[in-house]
Design a protein around this ligand. Sequence first.
Ligand SMILES: [Zn+2]
Length: 231
Amino acid sequence: MGEDVDALKRRLPLLDYLRQHNWTGHPASRSEFVGLCPLHEETRPSFYVNTRKNVFYCHGCGQGGDLIRFIQLSRHLSFRQSLARLDLQTSPTVDSAAVLEQAAAFYQQQLDHYPEAMRYLNRRGVQDPALIGELEIGYAPGGSLRRHLTAQGHSFDLLRQAGLLNVNGSDAFYQRIVFPLRQGEHVVNLYGRSIGAAFTHRFLPGAKGGLYAWEKVRHYPEVIVIEGLFD
Ligand SMILES: [Zn+2]
């Protein structure tokens, strides 16, 4: 156990973790950074991070310790829960394909419930239910994905990493037709086409480009390649 914890902490230094969570620190000495304490309200920085020892100490609230301790305090988790969270966070590729898969499935279920989405597809010449099903086309109404996926046990950090949530924790896709982009078996990204006033095209961060639905057409003797998903 002890060795695992050390390995985890090496994989993600405390300072990196804090910066990923929008903490801003300024160099205070050779191996120290100082900034506002994320654990209590303050206006003058008293939160110190020692990068050599990989620990923090706050002169304001008196809290201190390593990364695990910080996660315990900031997230109100037990030692064991903090370890589990950290483990998930330091191995991002493991679950991000799975979480994209579940997001795509959720969006697919939504399509039938939003007539405006079907109207948009029909207007763009996509009417065949079999084709819609085969291409796994879905609809993101916005505002309900986070609740759905966290209820499935996915952490907020993972949803953020996959780009499904914005920095403020709201759904990245609002009122968008969603196409899952697959490479082989795995969903590698989602493309969202706005049916409202938002900017037309949107991908999640991660792999873009390549050929959409290539697996579905590769066995045909002739294939016409076009630029956009609705062309
Ligand atoms: Zn503090």
